[in-house]
Design a protein around this ligand. Structure first.
Ligand SMILES: Cc1cc2nc3c(=O)[nH]c(=O)nc-3n(C[C@H](O)[C@H](O)[C@H](O)COP(=O)(O)OP(=O)(O)OC[C@H]3O[C@@H](n4cnc5c(N)ncnc54)[C@H](O)[C@@H]3O)c2cc1C
Length: 396
């Protein structure tokens, strides 16, 4: 049994940024990070990998090279939480105790919720940028595409990067247009949601993009089954009707929820099927266990689940955690800032930034509701560099 002043569950985007930021403020803290993976991934670039615009190898690095110096990496996975004893139990059977805990293990991809999907993923024209091993397959399918039905799905659950199901569709739409395939192609967007984007300013430009690529949208249609060998996808609409759609190429965004070990723990929002870690939406403190904090994809913070949002959540969490360690108050408040770099074609991007109430919260002194090459450069060059060199080090 090992004891840590601060125990962090998950060494992903949020976990490493928070550990680094804590150490910048107080280098004497004893921090343990429980993280099972040898590799660390820059997931936002998987969209670009799927579009043939980024090398997948540049999205994968060794976790050990990014674990902040001065912290202890516990290479294990948490299985259960015993918050009354300030303790966690890992898959190995080891137990760890803490004074304070930060729970940031990301989101779970629920492939099993779509019948036939797991069996056919990565073959038969069925792909997903949500897994590092299949993002290159998306590009393989696209560059071999000769026309037919190209289908893109978006589930009816919250997902990480709400824009990702559309971004790959717009890259494909641009590829199809530029290669003269539009006359013999049908692009369909099947979404479990009811609208293209929650912020009107950005929805307006996306609707123009959809018209440019001649995309047919079907809202409130949820993917329920895939038959890979027969190249058929089945959707359910809001009235429970079953719709059959033939495909030549299908990019699937899986249903998502909190990891099962969170869902089945006392930390989860009571009675909520998605099972997020139950935190206050402004302070990031757990609603029932004051020495526990969470943010990022696994948390109940009710906004876009993105790395961009974590950049604004992490400083709030760190400030509040350090305050209560000194017996102070939770002064820092998260505004709900979320951002989505909406790739709308090769060399084109709309940088959506907004708060909890879907009001735009833009960074740049120009209209971000326009497609821009400069924002494409931000996504393809600046942000990946910042991630590996500043964000994980707690310096951005
Ligand atoms: C295709 C795609 C496109 C995206 N595009 C963008 C974008 O353009 N912009 C943007 O800002 N964001 C984007 N995102 C989202 C972004 O990657 C996530 O929001 C971000 O990584 C979430 O950080 P996190 O720390 O909460 O989770 P993660 O970074 O996923 O890290 C979670 C960590 O917890 C670990 N873990 C899991 N289980 C356990 C356990 N039992 N015990 C201990 N540790 C555990 C995992 O191994 C992992 O390292 C995209 C994601 C995808 C998949």
């Amino acid at each position: 049994m090992a004891h840590h002043q601060v125990l962090i569950i998950g060494g992903g985007n949020a976990g490493l940024s928070i550990a680094s930021k804590l150490l910048i403020q107080n280098s004497s803290l004893k921090i343990g990070i429980i993280e099972p993976s040898e590799k660390h991934y820059y997931q936002p670039a998987w969209t670009l990998v799927g579009g043939g615009a980024f090398d997948v190898n540049d999205t994968i690095k060794n976790e050990k090279d990014y674990i902040p110096k001065g912290t202890t990496w516990i290479k294990d996975a948490v299985a259960t939480f015993e918050p009354e004893q300030n303790q966690v139990t890992c898959k190995s059977g080891d137990k760890h105790t803490y004074d304070y805990m930060v729970v940031v293990p990301g989101i779970q991809l629920d492939w099993h919720k779509v019948k036939g999907l797991k069996e056919t993923l990565g073959k038969n024209g069925v792909t997903s940028n949500y897994l590092v091993e299949y993002a290159p397959y998306t590009w393989e399918l696209l560059r071999n595409f000769k026309g037919g039905n190209a289908i893109f799905t978006n589930p009816n659950t919250p997902i990480k990067c709400g824009g990702a199901p559309q971004k790959i569709m717009y890259l494909a739409g641009d590829y199809i247009l530029k290669n003269g395939l539009q006359p013999k192609t049908n692009i369909h967007f099947y979404s479990g949601g009811g609208i293209i984007f929650g912020v009107k300013k950005y929805a307006d430009v996306l609707n123009q993009v959809i018209a440019r690529y001649k995309i047919k949208t079907h809202f409130k249609h949820n993917l329920v089954e895939i038959n890979g060998p027969n190249k058929k996808a089945f959707f359910e609409d809001e009235n429970g009707n079953r719709i059959e759609q033939a495909f030549d190429f299908i990019h699937v965004t899986p249903p998502q929820s909190a990891p099962d070990f969170i869902k089945n723990s006392p930390l989860a929002v009571p009675g909520n099927a998605f099972g997020w870690v139950d935190v206050d939406k402004f302070t990031t403190q757990h609603n029932r266990y004051p020495n526990i904090f969470s943010c990022g994809d696994a948390s109940s913070l009710p906004n876009a689940k993105t790395g961009a949002a974590i950049r604004k959540q992490a400083p709030v969490l760190v400030e509040n955690l350090l305050h209560i360690m000194k017996g102070g108050k939770l002064d820092a408040k998260y505004t709900g800032y979320g951002s989505c770099p909406l790739v709308t074609g090769y060399g084109k991007l709309v940088l959506a930034e907004f708060d909890y109430d879907n009001n735009p919260m833009e960074t740049f002194p120009f209209n971000q509701g326009k497609e821009r090459w400069s924002m494409w450069m931000l996504k393809t060059k600046v942000l990946p560099w910042m991630y590996w060199n500043r964000i994980l080090q707690g310096r951005a």
